[in-house]
Design a binder for this molecule. Structure first.
Ligand code: UDP
Length: 323
């Protein structure tokens, strides 16, 4: 298939592009390079620079490329930033997304696989979280992703577009070529690895008074290769709707720090800090639906191997994609 990957220069988009190409698909990446990196775009892919908030630009690119399907990763994804600047999130993630899907409809592109998030559930009423759990986001990031899911749901209902929303839990890990490089970095695993590389003195643990076994937040860490495989399976299928993507294992922040100490051999000093606004206590996936319907089988279900792959990449790229 010919696939337009919006946001293919970002962390998850870059790895999905690599795996799509390995699988024999043709890929054109559309990215504004605001937070992504040109070096993260696989050399085998085509590239068009552009911003989804620029409606004329995405309409022009869609008319030229006329892909069979779109994968959409082009969004802001930082909970803390969204709590300070919600307008960024609604403008980029919702308005930008609407431009994308409207251009698809105009040029008869009938399928989209959308990068959604477990942040759409907010503080879930039950854990593990299955797709039927009520979506009540606790931050503008999650709300913006939910609003775009709902937009897509209506394109499915009204126009018969195949619209898949993959609700990721905590994406992490790397391939040999591509890994995680955000500036500023806010995610726990790369921050811990920056401590191991001597680039930060310590990691702050945001809150140890949550209602969890050790008081720190529980998250479901899922390898990006497994996420990318789920996208490719969704691309091949005809099913619309939501799928949770996680391993079903919840690890606390303290367990992540401890495992990283073992993997890196570095003491990784940590200090307890106040809670971070907008953080739910427990986010763990019930991902049976993806296994059953998409026939998805995650290969990495332990934190050690996920951290090891991230550590390998960070050691080889201590400054990320910067030269
Ligand atoms: N976290 C932390 N220290 C940090 C960054 C994150 O304690 O420097 C915690 C955060 O509060 C959350 C978990 O680690 O409980 C995962 O956060 P991350 O930002 O990696 O992903 P999120 O769950 O927000 O998507």
């Amino acid at each position: 298939m010919k696939v337009l990957v919006a946001g293919g220069a970002g962390y998850i988009g870059s790895v999905t592009t690599e795996l799509l190409l390995n699988d024999g698909h043709e890929v054109v990446v559309f990215d504004n390079l605001e937070r992504g990196h040109r070096e993260a775009v696989d050399k085998r892919a085509g590239f068009r620079k552009g911003d989804l908030r620029d409606k004329d630009r995405i309409f022009k690119v869609m008319s030229e490329i006329r892909p069979d399907a779109v994968m959409h990763f082009a969004a802001y994804a930082l909970v803390p930033e969204s709590m300070e600047k919600p307008e960024l999130y609604f403008r980029n993630n919702v308005y930008g997304g609407i431009n994308l899907v409207e251009s698809m409809y105009k040029y008869d592109v009938g399928k989209i696989v959308f990068s959604s998030t477990c942040a759409t559930y907010g503080q879930p009423e039950k854990v593990p979280i299955t797709e039927d759990v009520a979506q009540r986001p606790t931050n503008p990031y999650g709300e913006s992703k939910l609003m775009f899911e709902q937009t897509l749901k209506w394109y499915h209902e009204l126009h018969g577009m195949t619209t898949v929303f993959l609700r990721y839990f905590n994406a992490c890990g790397a391939t040999e070529k591509f890994g995680e490089d955000h500036d500023p970095e806010t995610h726990i695993i790369p921050i811990i690895l920056q401590v191991a590389l001597g680039q930060r003195k310590q990691v702050k643990i945001y809150g140890d008074d949550y209602n969890t076994p050790d008081g720190t937040c529980l998250r479901d860490y899922i390898h990006i290769v497994d996420l990318a495989q789920a996208h490719i399976l969704a691309l091949k299928g005809k099913v619309s709707g939501p799928f949770n993507l996680g391993t079903g294992n919840g690890y606390s922040v303290l367990e992540v720090v401890e495992t990283a100490r073992e993997v890196t051999g570095h003491p990784i000093p940590a200090e307890i800090a106040p809670r971070r606004p907008g953080d739910p206590a427990k986010l763990v996936a019930g991902a049976e639906k993806a296994r059953k319907i998409l026939k998805w089988k995650p290969q990495y279900d332990d934190l050690d191997s996920i951290l090891q792959s991230a550590w390998n990449w960070h050691q080889k790229h201590p400054r990320g994609y910067r030269k």
